[in-house]
Ligand binder design. Structure first.
Ligand code: PLP
Ligand code: COI
Length: 354
């Protein structure tokens, strides 16, 4: 039910209690915890989103004929809120997620909230669920905005109605390795994206498409899968859920964005942080062979933050990096980025939003 007629553009609604939720803050991992409220806003095809509202968190009702269920008309986003020592809560670059959702919506023939609506709705949802934002240093509140074709269709067409929804969950480290290095396997047969396809937007089908290779990799003990371009099967693209960087002789390289790779907010931020720390960063085609003599490899993403890669297996050959922790470069970048995100250093980039 709506919370007292609350809308995102009216004065801030903050959860009644200042106490933290009663959960084990030391063992969050990346598991779903239901929280108190979710944000819901609907609009018709061709229309604009009006004001949305906070509702008690719960199941939603959809027609079995909803566009999202039948034809995959759906997008999601992911961003985080951090609690600082002084009790204030900060978002990391929420406008970037809003813009990415707008680009994705254009690709998927969906209307989308304005950047202002998106950011205001995120703020409202976080404040309403304030007691679920982990204590400083224990993790963050993961924010999951969804955009879906919720109206009923039968013939293949854009749905007549759309729902924008935000739910949140407190999270800790993504990989069970914690911040220990992850082990990847290069996938040679299956691909996550094709030129002209939807790999560059955060549409839900991209994630169903990687489950098969990911499950097979996990069954063999790997943390996740690294994908190659589907035309040459020669150039690195990204991991199922994060971007990849390779370091050689202090030069940092990452695959260029060209429609098949998700333009990560963390990727973009790490490129800027690295350049401001004096590193040379190249966005280009990175051949899989370059993994053989790389000094360090690491992944970036909202969920995984900056994760060192300990080994990569390609066509049966395993290449290892480092000695069981971060490399010098990835440790530096991780430290600068996370201190900024957690409010432990001055935000010279003006990336955080209270
Ligand atoms: N690549 C894929 C396929 C992803 O799902 C994500 C996560 O959102 C990323 C990269 C990293 O993007 P970001 O840093 O914006 O979270
Ligand atoms: C994120 O990093 O926000 C993601 O979307 C990854 C998700 C698939 C777990």
């Amino acid at each position: 039910s709506p919370i007292g007629g609350y809308t995102a553009s009216s004065d801030t609604f903050v959860s009644e209690t200042s106490e933290l939720a009663d959960i084990d803050w030391d063992n969050l991992g990346f598991a779903f915890h239901s929280t108190d409220y979710m944000y819901v806003m609907k609009c018709a095809q061709g229309g604009n989103f009006p004001k949305g509202e906070l509702q008690s968190f719960g199941n939603i009702e959809l027609s079995p004929s909803a566009g999202v269920l039948n034809y995959g008309q759906g997008l999601f986003e992911g961003l985080k809120a951090y609690r600082k020592e002084d009790g204030t809560i900060h978002l990391f670059r929420p406008e970037e997620n809003a813009l990415r959702m707008r680009l994705g919506a254009e690709r998927m023939c969906m209307p989308s909230p304005t950047v202002k609506q998106f950011v205001e709705a995120v703020k409202a949802t976080v404040l309403a669920n304030k007691r679920w934002v982990p204590p400083p240093g224990k993790g963050s509140l993961y924010i999951r905005p969804l955009l879906m074709g919720s109206g009923a269709v039968l013939g293949l067409a854009p749905a007549p109605e759309y729902t924008f929804l935000i739910y949140v969950s407190p999270v800790g480290n993504y990989f069970q390795e914690g911040v220990a290095p992850i082990n990847l396997i290069v996938e040679h047969e299956l691909h996550r994206a094709t030129p002209g396809g939807t790999g560059g937007v955060k549409t839900i089908g991209n994630y169903a498409a990687v489950l098969k290779a990911q499950s097979a990799a996990k069954a063999k003990g790997y943390s996740d899968v690294l994908y190659l371009d589907c035309v040459h099967k020669k150039y690195l693209e990204e991991v199922s859920l994060c971007n990849i960087f390779v370091v050689k002789d202090n030069v940092i390289s990452t695959p260029a964005i060209k429609g098949t790779i998700l333009p990560g907010v963390t990727r973009k931020s790490i490129i800027d942080v690295a350049r401001s720390e004096g590193f040379q960063v190249e966005e280009r085609q990175v051949a899989v062979d370059e993994l053989l003599d790389a000094d360090e490899v690491f992944c970036t993403g909202t969920a995984v933050v900056v994760s060192p890669v300990g080994s990569i297996t390609y066509l049966g050959k395993k290449v290892s990096y480092g000695e069981g922790g971060f490399g010098v470069v990835s440790e530096k970048l991780y430290s600068v980025l996370t201190r900024l995100q957690m409010g432990l250093s001055e935000d010279k980039m003006d990336w955080t939003v209270e």
